[in-house]
Design a protein around this ligand. Structure first.
Ligand code: UFG
Length: 346
């Protein structure tokens, strides 16, 4: 479906990390991103490229109002909870936001005849166990989510697929591997509270603003013993959403597509890249494994190329880490902002 220039595209969760980068990419394509966000974890300061609507993804009235007010033609759906560890402690919350929230959105879209959806899914749907192979994972791989977070993403995919068939919606679910990096402008970047992701924590440790990094296990069956992940530059992720928005799909069509590079990098390789960027070592120690961490999560990205014509352009480890460094030394928002005034002087 071609979306004509100037059309409004709602981005739920558009004040969050990947959502804000996607809003920028949508605006650069000549479309208008309408950011719909509860600001429970997103940042108003990350919204620059279109109208903002404050609302919860589980609120049918607010969603209906936003879709109508802005005459939305398509939706890119990020809003939801993302912390894997918290999902183990509070699975009910994750099902409420990620699955019930998606149901509410789909109903509001149907009422407003909005027929195109791009859904933010995750490699967490695969949940490869820790004796699994190091081989890249194709979309058809066995699904056994290791966490309630992954289970809610898979359930939401099934829900969307069924509604595509039943009601004629067409949708693409993008299964991201490890989103990383920041927009080279320095305007937007990664800011989670609390931060649990490897690259920001490695910068915090190297820049002296945080604790030394703990490497979660060095006894995995990988070349250096640490986990392998497929790091994708957030700008490349954003461009995947645009490709997914405009790909030709039949009415009722649903596709799930991996978004990754096909290259696995170990935790120690990431630490070395951060050390190179900062020009000093990242202080770290080797700790125990973190519950639920698979040995290797690397995408087979061939379907993204075949279906969407998408391939990563900025996802080398050094470019990712270089852009993340620019953000980390001077973040515009998030809990790192105060510390940054100290960090920028180093
Ligand atoms: N790691 C450490 N120390 C840390 C933080 C992370 O060693 O302090 C390691 C992890 O064990 C893992 C790698 O660094 O091997 C990457 O960890 P992240 O927390 O940065 O990312 P994850 O791979 O755990 O999470 C990503 C996405 C999630 C998604 C998950 C699927 O961020 O949204 O993959 O498994 F659910």
């Amino acid at each position: 479906m071609a979306i004509s220039a100037g059309s409004r595209v709602m981005i739920t969760g558009g004040a969050g990390y990947i959502g804000a980068h996607t809003a920028k990419a949508v605006a650069e394509m000549g479309l208008v991103p309408v950011v719909y966000d509860s600001l429970s974890s997103g940042y108003r300061e990350a919204v620059h490229w279109g109208p903002f609507f404050h609302g919860d993804i589980r609120d049918p009235l607010a969603l209906r109002e936003a879709l109508t007010l802005h005459d939305v033609k398509a939706v890119i759906h990020f809003a939801g909870l993302i912390e894997v560890g918290r999902s183990v402690a509070r699975p009910d919350l994750f099902w409420d936001h990620n699955v019930s929230g998606t149901t509410v959105l789909l109903t509001a879209m149907r009422e407003r005849s909005v027929e195109r959806l791009v859904f933010s899914s995750s490699a967490a749907v695969y949940g490869q166990d820790d004796v699994g192979s190091l081989a890249p994972i194709p979309e058809a791989a066995f699904k056994a989510p290791a966490s309630p977070y992954g289970a809610t993403k898979l359930a939401a995919e099934w829900l969307i697929e069924a509604q595509c068939r039943a009601y004629g919606l067409s949708a693409v679910a993008l299964r991201y591997f490890n989103a990383a990096g920041a927009d080279p402008s320095g305007l937007i970047g990664e800011a989670h509270d609390p931060e649990t992701h490897l690259i920001p924590l490695a910068f915090n440790a190297a820049l002296g603003g945080g604790r030394p990094l703990t490497v979660f296990g060095q006894d995995f069956g990988t070349p250096d013993g640490t986990c392998l992940r497929d790091y994708v530059h957030v700008q490349d992720l954003a461009s995947a959403h645009l490709a997914a928005l405009s790909v030709e799909l039949p009415r009722g069509g649903f596709e799930a597509v991996n978004i990754g590079t096909g290259v696995g990098r170990s935790v120690l390789e990431v630490i070395e890249a951060v050390s190179r960027a900062v020009g000093r070592p990242v202080p770290y120690s080797i700790g125990d494994r973190r519950a639920g961490d698979p040995t290797s999560l690397v995408a087979d990205p061939s379907r993204a190329l075949a279906l969407l014509g998408w391939s990563p352009k900025r996802s080398t480890l050094d470019l990712i880490v270089g852009d993340a460094f620019q953000w980390e030394r001077s973040p515009r928002y998030g809990s790192g902002q105060r510390a940054s005034r100290i960090k920028t002087s180093v």
